[in-house]
Design a protein around this ligand. Structure first.
Ligand code: NAG
Ligand code: NAG
Ligand code: NAG
Length: 356
């Protein structure tokens, strides 16, 4: 009896050695990544129980994120990288989860929004025009935040209403520019009420929203009158025409290859809402995005407000206000290079005026 037990123990120890060695090696390999993951969990208050399946799943995603971050940070001039990617609050979700939760912009061809895509820019017209370089004759630097015309960064969390946040941001800026008073208007009203294919927290399109506001003479209330819930609910407007109105001559332009027009809008008209491809923003920490941000119409999946630009930046850049909280990017903002439709920034540009 005793003998058998000691044989068993010996076998067990031998087995343990064989198995323990490879386990130990793989642990050593990932020790640094695990430490990074643990510090990520502490920083963002995530609680995946140690040794649980969920912990391992999230850790695996985190390791993949580290690989992607490495790729995103490559292809830059090492002596002076212009942008920095790294671990963000989104480092434990995979691309599909990020896409589903945060990238819900629905680029609509032209079902409702009036889009001046082909009207303005045919090849003939363009070839007759003298070629100007980017920013010629424009102010070198515009930042509407300096004038106090841009409200605090908002956080859409997992409500995919970027189309409403970006448009309300522009409306707030245009009201402030006109009246001198910066007020917060109701994004929730838009989430609950806007039609023309818009679907509240499940996605929407800025140009369709503007067309719907104008066609129906809808007034936008202040946020304190119609508070933010970040859930799609029934429309609670009792007096739909009360509040600030968007003037009927809003514009929705395709300005690819015409970024001087976009710069001029920013300089002489005010902030605009733009559709973008935000796939790589999952790991954006700061700096000017120049690469790894394709801008084709099919890739548009998010919308932000542009609040200015800097032609003296290296490279020159737009200043974009996002709606993912202040912990995203540069205190909620990011910089996108001017001139080659980076992230699709010139694909769908909405400018508007307000009637107060
Ligand atoms: C951290 O998360 C827990 C549970 O998810 C929550 O109860 C707590 O308030 C959070 N703390 C902070 C500082 O966010
Ligand atoms: C948008 O328009 C293009 C060209 O007219 C067409 O090929 C494409 O299928 C349309 N997409 C949608 C979603 O309607
Ligand atoms: C709308 O019309 C007004 C008055 O003519 C003009 O000042 C403004 O720039 C126009 N707005 C847009 C977005 O085109």
């Amino acid at each position: 009896m005793v003998e058998w037990r000691s044989v068993f123990v010996t076998v067990a120890i031998i087995l343990l050695c064989f198995f323990a060695i490879p386990i130990k090696i793989s642990n050593v390999e990932h020790v640094e990544e695990r430490a990074m993951f643990d510090s990520f969990m502490r920083k963002y208050n995530k609680s995946y129980p140690a040794n649980s399946e969920e912990y391992e799943t999230r850790f695996k995603i985190f390791q993949e994120a580290l690989e992607q971050i490495k790729t995103l940070n490559s292809h830059q001039d090492d002596s002076s990288p212009t942008v920095f990617y790294g671990i963000t609050k989104f480092a434990d979700i995979n691309r599909k989860e990020f896409d589903d939760k945060y990238l819900t912009y629905e680029h609509k061809n032209n079902s409702h929004g009036r889009r001046r895509v082909l009207m303005r820019h045919n090849g003939h017209e363009r070839s007759n025009r003298p070629k100007r370089s980017i920013g010629d004759g424009l102010p070198r630097h515009i930042d509407w935040r300096d004038k106090g015309y841009v409200s605090k960064i908002k956080n859409q969390k997992t409500c995919g209403a970027c189309w409403a946040f970006s448009t309300i941001g522009v409306i707030e800026s245009m009201v402030a520019m006109k009246t001198g008073v910066l007020k917060t208007f109701s994004t929730q009203e838009i989430i609950d009420c806007a039609r023309y294919g818009n679907m509240g927290c499940d996605g929407g399109d800025t140009c369709n929203l503007l067309q719907w506001l104008v066609d129906n003479d809808v007034g936008i209330q202040e946020e304190k009158e119609y508070p933010l819930l970040l859930k799609t609910g029934t429309c609670k407007l009792k007096q739909p025409t009360k509040g600030v109105h968007v003037a009927s001559n809003f514009s929705c332009d395709y300005l690819v290859g015409e970024e001087n027009t976009l710069l001029a809008l920013l300089a002489y008209h005010g902030p605009v809402a733009v559709a973008v491809n935000a796939l790589t923003w999952q790991y954006y920490l700061g700096g000017v995005i120049q690469f790894h941000c394709e801008g084709g119409l099919e890739s548009l999946n998010h919308a932000v407000q542009l609040v200015g630009y800097n032609l003296d930046g290296t490279p020159p850049y737009y200043i974009a206000r996002n709606s993912w909280g202040t912990s995203f990017g540069e205190k909620g903002y990011l910089k996108i290079a001017i001139g080659s439709n980076v992230c699709g920034v010139a694909s769908e540009v909405a400018a508007l005026d307000v009637l107060t």
